[in-house]
Ligand binder design. Structure first.
Ligand code: HEC
Ligand code: HEC
Length: 294
């Protein structure tokens, strides 16, 4: 499987003649983000909802100090320290660098991040959202934990390869309000598709890890971490007995309509994320899930 992937990747490199020019291959330009006065509380809520806290806090580790190991078929990614520590965290970063990292997936040194960091979805965050998250992160106690190197083998360890990946496979989610729907519905759509990044696991991916957006939320029989996720299309949710009310309960508590408990990585999503959300936001999400087009 790995050899097969390597051959295809090299074939893409060869066919497009980009081997030598990879370093010059450009990434999206920085944007001028408007920094609004950040609100720590709203930012902390968003950081919870978006999974920043869950994915950057190891069991028994300091908040946001990183060290969470994310297994995937490309290797093991280890989330970095994003506390305001000056040496080992992001304490020296400017707001624009932070914005570029989270909404565009590009590091201060100009390299692309791996999509294990779900920046594709965070592109949907508004200027206000990103300003608030920044403010909340700065309020966390600095931790001197040193970020660990990812354990990924050739060719996935070559960050420049991500430029090719981005060109062919990265999706940049652009949120648009549907004027024909209610505010609730639109907010649910925003939460599900943007910050809560439900599609990161519930939308199938091709063998390169690119999202198949034609099959949005259709379930992924072969998730990157080796697990599988069920479809969240209206039809399949209805067939399996889900309603707005019991979805709300499940996202809050993990308990399904027939009394089971959701397991696997969904248990972590609930435990570290959705269980903290306001009931009205859980309702927005449940409403959207049961009343979207697919
Ligand atoms: C599913 C896990 C996951 C979630 C959720 C997640 N991250 Fe990360 N994050 C990562 C990983 C893995 C990396 C390292 C990516 C790389 O090295 O290419 C990373 C990198 C970063 C970096 C760059 C740090 C550096 O030293 O270069 C920042 C900043 C960051 N994340 C902030 C956030 C914020 C803010 C959120 C929430 C909006 C968030 N992350 C949500 C896994 C995650
Ligand atoms: C890290 C991957 C991941 C993310 C992110 C994720 N899910 Fe899941 N989800 C799963 C897995 C795996 C299952 C299967 C759990 C099981 O079998 O117990 C699941 C199951 C579910 C189910 C149960 C469906 C059924 O019929 O059994 C619902 C509903 C659900 N997820 C909704 C969501 C929503 C809403 C979001 C975004 C807030 C989300 N998921 C984000 C991995 C994920």
């Amino acid at each position: 499987m790995r050899i097969f992937l390597v051959i295809i990747i090299l074939a893409i490199f060869g066919a497009t003649g980009v081997f030598a020019t990879l370093q010059q291959w450009s990434l999206p330009e920085p944007v001028n983000v408007v920094r609004v006065p950040g609100d720590v509380k709203r930012g902390a809520y968003l950081a919870r909802l978006s999974g920043c806290i869950a994915c950057h806090t190891a069991k028994e580790g300091a908040p946001l100090a990183g060290g969470v190991r994310l297994q995937s078929k490309f290797g093991t990614f280890i989330s970095p320290n994003i506390t305001p520590d000056l040496e080992n965290g992001i304490g020296r970063w400017t707001f624009s660098q932070f914005d570029r990292a989270v909404r565009q997936g590009i590091s201060p040194a100009g390299h692309s991040y791996y999509p294990a960091f779900p920046f594709e979805f965070y592109a949907a965050l508004t200027d206000r959202d990103i300003s608030d998250i920044w403010e909340a992160l700065k309020a966390v106690p600095p931790s001197s934990d040193i970020s660990q190197n990812h354990q990924v083998g050739f060719p996935f360890n070559l960050r420049d390869g991500l430029k090719v990946w981005r060109t062919y496979f990265a999706q940049t989610y652009e949120y648009a309000i549907d004027e024909n729907r209610s505010d609730r519905w639109n907010r649910g759509k925003y939460l599900i598709e943007g910050p809560a990044h439900c599609a990161a696991c519930h939308t199938p991916r091709n063998i390169f890890g690119g999202l198949n957006i034609q099959a949005a939320l259709a379930g992924d029989p072969q998730m990157l971490d080796g697990g599988k996720s069920p479809p969240l299309t209206v039809r399949s949710l209805t067939e399996r007995g889900w309603t707005v009310e019991n979805l709300e309960t499940a996202l809050k508590s993990g308990i399904t309509p027939n009394g089971d408990v959701l397991g696997g990585s969904m248990a972590e999503v609930i435990h570290g994320g959705t269980s903290y959300l306001l009931d009205e936001h859980l309702k927005d999400m449940a409403l959207y899930l049961m009343d979207k087009d697919q």
